[in-house]
Design a protein around this ligand. Structure first.
Ligand SMILES: [Fe+2]
Length: 125
């Protein structure tokens, strides 16, 4: 959507974040297979995309926040059962997710400080 609107800078940032998420999925699938599990990739969470850039940032913030909570729970469980390999994987993904939410919060702050029109003008590329 951002590409279609001509917000090239924002489009590139969103695309990079999406690629990070795909790499996370790949690593998690690899770990599940290593543990002789069966990854289930058909049960997807509901995808919620905002109709405006501001709404996109807010929905993405909520999704990243949920992901951070889930990874923290997973790390806690991995520690409880002594699975250090899984803990290390989840630690590395958690760091990426925290960087994602930090970036989104910066965008929300910028919109608040400079106004949506100035922000969007800066996102054209
Ligand atoms: Fe993320």
């Amino acid at each position: 959507m951002c590409d279609n609107w001509g917000y090239e800078k924002l489009h590139k940032a969103d695309e990079k974040r999406a690629i990070d998420e795909m790499k996370h999925a790949e690593k998690l699938i690899g770990r599940i297979l290593f543990l002789d599990g069966t990854p289930i990739v058909s049960n997807l969470n509901k995808i919620s995309i905002g109709a405006t850039v501001e709404k996109q940032h807010k929905k993405d913030h909520a999704a990243e926040s949920d992901a951070i909570a889930s990874y923290n729970e997973g790390i806690k469980l991995a520690m409880e059962i002594g699975d250090n390999g899984t803990k290390e994987l989840l630690d590395s993904i958690l760091k990426d997710e925290e960087a994602h939410i930090d970036w989104i919060e910066a965008q929300i702050d910028q919109i608040e400080q400079m106004g949506i029109q100035n922000y969007l003008s800066d996102q054209r590329g």
